[in-house]
Design a protein around this ligand. Structure first.
Ligand SMILES: N[C@@H](CCC(=O)N[C@@H](CS)C(=O)NCC(=O)O)C(=O)O
Length: 199
């Protein structure tokens, strides 16, 4: 099956999908492209968010966590989402936390982007940073295993480097365990740095 992954260049949710596809050896089946228009994305995903995966049989899949599950199925299953029930829900729960970090970070970025003529609303920024801080504290106490790669480690890697990229939260001085974790993650997966966003 051939597929098209619609995403915008620096999208951290898109990066989760491109990195997972590469790891699962599915990249040659997936063409990555920018959406043609907002209307195109709205017609594929009423929430108007990327990434969206369009399969050549017409099936459309979103959001990034469902795309990862789909890619895992295509690769035979149990590759980035463990098959064992306890390990599976542990990985999915921790992946949901990493996605929550990304969502909070994105809202901080949007606060500046969509209020161009006003000061960002500080209590809202603090509210989102509180979510990031608590989630990072939780994850730093029990970071996901580096190997095998799972939806949880993919999510955490993408979330940490997205905050390096857009600077919504200066996580490095506060969480040295996660700095070490990210170094180890990058050393283990050389393709991760290849998927790093650039402006
Ligand atoms: N839960 C979604 C979040 C996707 C998301 O927020 N994507 C951003 C780009 S990184 C987007 O399309 N934002 C446009 C919007 O919120 O309208 C996922 O996991 O794919």
């Amino acid at each position: 099956m051939n597929m098209k992954l619609l995403m915008r260049g620096p999208s951290p949710f898109g990066r989760k999908c491109t990195f997972a596809a590469q790891y699962l050896d599915l990249s040659d089946k997936i063409e990555i492209s920018e959406p043609e228009s907002e209307d195109q994305i709205r017609s594929l995903n009423p929430l108007a968010k990327v990434p969206v995966l369009v399969c050549d049989d017409g099936v459309t899949i979103f959001d990034s966590r469902v795309i990862l599950e789909f890619l895992d199925c295509l690769a035979g299953g149990g590759k980035i989402i463990p098959s064992d029930t306890a390990a599976r829900f542990d990985a999915l729960c921790s992946a949901a936390m990493a996605d929550g970090i990304l969502e909070a970070a994105l809202l901080i970025t949007y606060e500046g982007r969509y209020r161009p003529d006003q000061e960002p609303y500080k209590p809202w920024l603090k509210f989102q940073q509180g979510k990031i801080q608590r989630a990072l504290e939780t994850m730093s106490k029990a970071p996901p295993a580096i190997a095998p790669l799972t939806v949880s480690s993919i999510g955490l890697g993408c979330a940490l480097e997205y905050m390096d990229f857009r600077k919504q939260y200066a996580w490095r001085p506060e969480f040295p365990a996660l700095v070490a974790w990210l170094n180890e993650f990058n050393a283990a997966y050389s393709t991760f740095s290849a998927s790093r966003p650039s402006d």
